[in-house]
Write a protein that binds this ligand. Structure first.
Ligand code: NAP
Length: 453
């Protein structure tokens, strides 16, 4: 019998399990996760005010309801159970554990307490158990705070929007009705972020965010968008290129141009700035400003890189949020590429590893939207199917019951049915507090609930 293990119950893991279940209806798929709730970044990454995007979890529920798919929550593969211990039970193990670490800038004073990695902030407001101990540092003046967000990807956009919405309480009361952390929102609502600077190291044609997210941010009621028209000026070469550039880039440029011309006078300001590369954080013990090196762009319009100049610019700020992408970490003992922070692989088969496959951010790097993981996982499953057909991987030799017994003797694990109990409790609490749900804050609290403590 061909049985399969999937490590990570986020989108790529669920899509991989689904594709495997379709190909091997009589095989068994075990999906492991370190926590008792599935869905990965759909639960802990997607912004609380983007509830529509989270609806994909209903499709994921259909996958979990298949008879041959079993969720095993609360097990850390690599520490609770080693990868070598798992191997004899499965024909293939698919590593889909994502990229959960923050990328550092490696510049002076990055460890100041008001310099906050995006992963911590997002994890905190999304009630990711890993960040339950995060403490938001207090500002000097609660009524007049400023923040610099470094990076212009969709995570940077989410952070900017959450800061502004939580500051303009009277217009965005609805935020409290989402599944945002009650602790985080009540803390953030004490402060007024009057100036938020969204800063990119390259130009307006290289902003990493998608147009839908950029537009939503720029259109926030009560917020004046401030963009220098000079910073949007394009060379003739860029103008020509833009006419055939990907639609998303064209739309981003249209949005930026529209808002650069659109002068309004609100108490809250969003400054979008380009060609500034972070140089250092200034202040001791608290952040006072972020110093940037101005950059020039070089290369063809589709492959622009930022070249640092000697000119500097400082932006005064009480907080800096470093949102320059996520970083993956290997399961101990598995071949890993430390420069790309991914498993080196050919169409999902991890190089120089027998029976190990990968999908999602830990395969391709932290890019794409939720749906990107579907085709990514289908590619990996196609490779597995081909490898079975060519005899490269063999049937698993040991009984899965033995493995499951071994694991449950060692620790408390949770099933999909357990998750549905946790889910029902979160929804029940949500109704009590007029929120879409109130999430369990820690893994321990989930266990206590399941054990009936
Ligand atoms: P991202 O899209 O890769 O953006 C990273 C940003 O950081 C870019 O602007 C990048 O600029 C900048 N950056 C990287 N290194 C830097 C450095 N040393 N100094 C200054 N800037 C630096 O990453 P992300 O925002 O973390 O998002 C990850 C993925 O999740 C993306 O695919 C995103 O679309 C997705 N996501 C989607 C949604 C949604 O659909 N609503 C929401 C959140 C996240 P350069 O381009 O110059 O490198």
């Amino acid at each position: 019998m061909h049985n399969f293990a999937i490590v990570g119950a986020g989108p790529s893991g669920i899509y991989a399990a689904d594709a495997l279940a379709n190909k091997f209806p009589t095989s068994k798929m075990l999906i492991f996760d370190s926590i008792s709730s599935p869905y990965g970044l759909v639960r802990s990454g997607v912004a609380p005010d983007h509830e529509k995007i989270k609806e994909v979890s209903r499709i994921f529920d259909k996958v979990f309801s298949k008879d041959n798919i079993q969720f095993v929550g609360g097990v850390k593969i690599g520490s609770d159970i080693g990868i070598e211990e798992l191997k004899p039970y499965f024909s293939a193990i698919v590593l889909c554990h994502g990229a959960s670490l923050d990328r550092k800038l490696g510049i002076a004073n990055e460890n100041l307490k008001n310099v906050i990695p995006a992963t911590s902030f997002v994890g905190w407001y999304n009630v990711n158990p890993e960040y339950s101990n995060f403490i938001f540092p207090e500002p000097k003046d609660k009524n007049n705070c400023s923040a610099v967000i470094i990076g212009q990807g969709n995570v940077a956009i989410d952070i900017s929007r959450i800061l502004l919405k939580s500051s303009i309480k009277e217009l965005y009361n609805g935020l409290s009705e989402t599944d945002i952390s009650r602790t985080a929102l009540s803390e953030l609502r004490k402060y007024s972020f009057r100036k938020v600077h969204l800063v990119g190291r390259r130009g307006p044609l290289q902003a990493a965010c998608t147009d839908k997210e950029l537009k939503e941010l720029c259109k926030l009621e009560g917020v004046s968008v401030i963009i220098s028209e000079d910073e949007l000026k394009l060379s003739e070469e860029e103008q020509n290129w833009l006419t055939q550039a990907p639609k998303g880039i064209q739309k981003n440029y249209e949005i930026l141009t529209e808002f650069a011309q659109n002068k309004s006078n609100n108490d809250f300001e969003l400054h979008i700035k380009f060609c500034l590369s972070p140089h250092s954080f200034i202040g001791e013990p608290e952040l006072q400003a972020v110093s940037f090196s101005k950059t020039n762009l070089s290369g063809t319009p589709e492959r622009r890189s930022a070249i640092i100049t000697n000119e500097q610019e400082e932006i005064t700020a009480d907080y800096a949020f470093v949102s320059v992408g996520y970083k993956g970490k290997s399961i101990p003992g598995v071949n890993f590429d430390d420069s790309s922070n991914t498993y080196p692989n050919v169409a999902g088969r991890i190089e120089n590893e027998n029976g190990l496959y990968t999908s999602g951010w830990i395969k391709r790097g932290p890019s794409g939207v939720i749906g990107t993981n579907k085709s990514d996982s289908v590619e990996t499953v196609t490779t597995i199917v081909n490898d079975i057909e060519s005899g490269l991987i063999k049937e698993s030799s040991k009984d899965l019951k033995e493995l499951l017994e071994k694991i449950s003797n060692k620790m408390f694990t949770s099933s999909y049915l357990d998750w549905k109990k946790l889910d029902a409790e979160e929804l029940r609490l949500g109704a009590t507090y007029n929120k879409s749900r109130v999430k369990f804050e820690t893994q321990e609290k989930m266990y206590d609930f399941l054990k009936g403590d």
